[in-house]
Design a protein around this ligand. Structure first.
Ligand code: CA
Length: 374
């Protein structure tokens, strides 16, 4: 359109030589080599403003004890389905078990849902190095089977995988301020190490300042109301080291929402995977390997954390949760937790308002949905 302003002067200048507008007469001779009559510099190449993967919906980092229980798999599947629907963006996944099969198994799920390049990090320190269900013998170790059976490109040698802290710092540094939701569904040594981290190539900020600047909210699956002396994640697992959770509870600088064990303790998921999804679905395979047979469901602790983290208290199906802020969670060095009044402006506790069976159907619909494009 900009060339129009040159059309009239050009016509006037060329009047005597018979300027004509439009296509009223076709030339009898083959036209000369056509060059634009008005010379303008070529447009510079378009440089997109957006990052490579624009964030849609809730921006999520998922911190999981992937391998200890199987609801972590269902919750990761749910994040992918929410991402398929434009409701969430999975920025990174970090494992808080040190088992080297854990990142590879996470990448199996990411690959199945068409997101094979999501950064995956692994906990340091040797904690929980044998990621098997803590109440069982080590035999049903589904993450090893997943990594050895399904497509992925993540090393099963921990030396070839970035640390969880590195993934946290790189992902957070690249995001807008106060935009990221951290979903913690396992142990807390990654978040503790992040808080204690110093400046690096990704950010000049120390860990605490980086979290304060970039994180909107932390959602923790763990604890019980009114308290517990044996909560796995607060007490520090088999190592019984509560110092990681204690640091997070006392110094994490953003609002922290607790999905305590009883909120979704009666809500199951996964029982219809074998009947409704194909055999090459690794979510289905995880549940089958975990239980040793098909058709069994698992408690939806981690899935409820994902639902709240992405959708908040309510969604198209109605109201899922309410919140209470009149107490805060205290943790002793021995790992004994207790909710005590008054509130402290940071700790929020979820309660469930949706009927158990309605919520169960909703979660099952998520984890049995096939990936977009499959
Ligand atoms: Ca978990």
């Amino acid at each position: 359109m900009r060339n129009i302003k040159y059309a009239l002067p050009l016509c006037l200048a060329l009047l005597l030589s018979g300027c004509r507008t439009g296509a009223e007469e076709r030339p009898q001779q083959p036209p000369p080599v056509t060059e634009p009559p008005v010379t303008e510099p070529p447009a510079p190449p378009v440089v997109p403003d957006e990052p490579e993967t624009p964030v849609q919906g809730a921006a999520i980092i998922y911190d999981t004890d992937f391998g200890l229980d199987v609801d972590d798999v269902g919750a990761l599947a749910m994040l992918h389905v929410l991402a398929d629907r434009g409701e969430a963006t999975l920025l990174g996944v970090v494992s808080n078990v040190s088992d080297p099969y854990s990142p590879a198994a996470i990448d199996v799920i990411n690959t199945y849902y068409g997101r094979p390049d999501i950064p995956v990090g692994l906990a340091e320190g040797g904690y929980y190095a044998e990621a098997y269900p803590y109440w069982r013998d080590p035999s049903p170790r589904y993450i090893k089977d997943l990594a050895e059976t399904f497509p992925h490109d993540t090393s099963t040698n921990s030396a070839g995988v970035p640390t969880a802290v590195a993934v946290y710092r790189e992902v957070l540094a690249a995001q807008p301020d106060r935009s990221v939701t951290v979903v913690s569904v396992g142990f807390m040594q990654n978040m503790s190490a992040l808080l204690a981290s110093g400046p690096d190539v990704f950010s000049p900020l120390d860990g605490s300042a980086l979290v304060r600047q970039k994180v909107k909210k932390l959602v923790i699956m763990g604890g019980a109301h009114p308290g517990s002396s044996k909560d796995l994640y607060l007490a520090g697992g088999r190592e019984m080291d509560a110092s990681f959770a204690k640091r997070v509870l006392e110094t994490w600088p953003t609002q922290t929402v607790f999905n305590t064990g009883e909120v979704c303790g009666s809500v199951t998921n996964g029982q219809t995977l074998a009947a409704t999804t194909p055999e090459d679905n690794p979510v289905r395979a995880s549940y089958t390997m975990f239980f040793g047979r098909e058709g069994r469901g698992r408690t939806s602790w981690d899935l409820c954390s994902v639902l709240y983290s992405v959708r908040g208290l309510s969604g198209p199906e109605g109201r899922y949760f309410d919140t209470l802020t009149d107490e805060h969670l205290m943790l002793s060095r021995e790992g004994i937790s207790r909710w005590v009044a008054p509130g402290n402006d940071r700790h929020v506790r979820l309660t469930r308002t949706m009927d158990r069976r309605v919520l169960q159907r909703l979660l099952e619909d998520f984890i049995t949905a096939e990936p977009v494009g499959k």
